[in-house]
Unconditional design. Structure first.
Length: 176
């Protein structure tokens, strides 16, 4: 691109520094405008994708709990929190440590074969239930730690259903 223009006497003169500065500012402004229009939807889609992956993790935990109960006379792991989830991992029901962390969090999962602790899991497990008790479809047995998502959380119910709830009080669920 030629950075010179012809003045009205036919002589060439270079673009002034101010004109170049305005051109650069215009280009940068256009790029920022395009970025502001395109990237928020992409961020939103990524957040939704992580919520879905989190939901799937809880479904896998639910399957592991029910498989555990079939092998243990209908008893769910009797410990709460990470200790109950560790019973699933150590027992071979769900060994992948990444399944115990939410994709939306910054929690570093346990290494293969490493014990699950509150520091390396993102779900809260409520232990002590059994198939023989009167657990209902509305009984929550595991859920997201509140820090996993902003005003949102997934809840695993006793019959294996996982539902996501939005709002600051998502833990006060009303299963639909």
């Amino acid at each position: 691109m030629n950075t010179e223009e012809i003045n009205n006497k036919g002589a060439k003169k270079p673009f002034s520094g101010i004109a170049k500065a305005f051109m650069v500012i215009g280009i940068v402004g256009a790029v920022l405008l395009i970025e502001s229009l395109l990237f928020p939807p992409l961020r939103s889609e990524r957040a939704e994708s992580r919520k879905i992956k989190c939901n799937i993790n809880l479904k896998h935990i639910g399957i592991a709990i029910h498989t555990y109960s079939q092998d243990n006379k209908g008893q769910y792991p009797d410990k709460n929190g990470a200790e109950g989830l560790e019973m699933l991992r150590a027992g071979g029901y769900l060994e992948n440590p990444k399944m115990y962390t939410c994709p939306s969090s910054t929690t570093v999962p346990a290494k293969e074969g490493e014990k699950l602790t509150e520091a390396n899991v993102d779900y809260v497990y409520i232990g002590g239930y059994s198939d023989s008790e009167s657990v209902s479809a509305n009984t929550a047995i595991a859920y997201d730690k509140p820090a996993n998502h902003h005003k949102y959380g997934n809840i695993l119910f006793a019959f294996g259903d996982v539902q996501g709830y939005a709002g600051a009080n998502w833990m006060n669920y009303d299963k639909k």
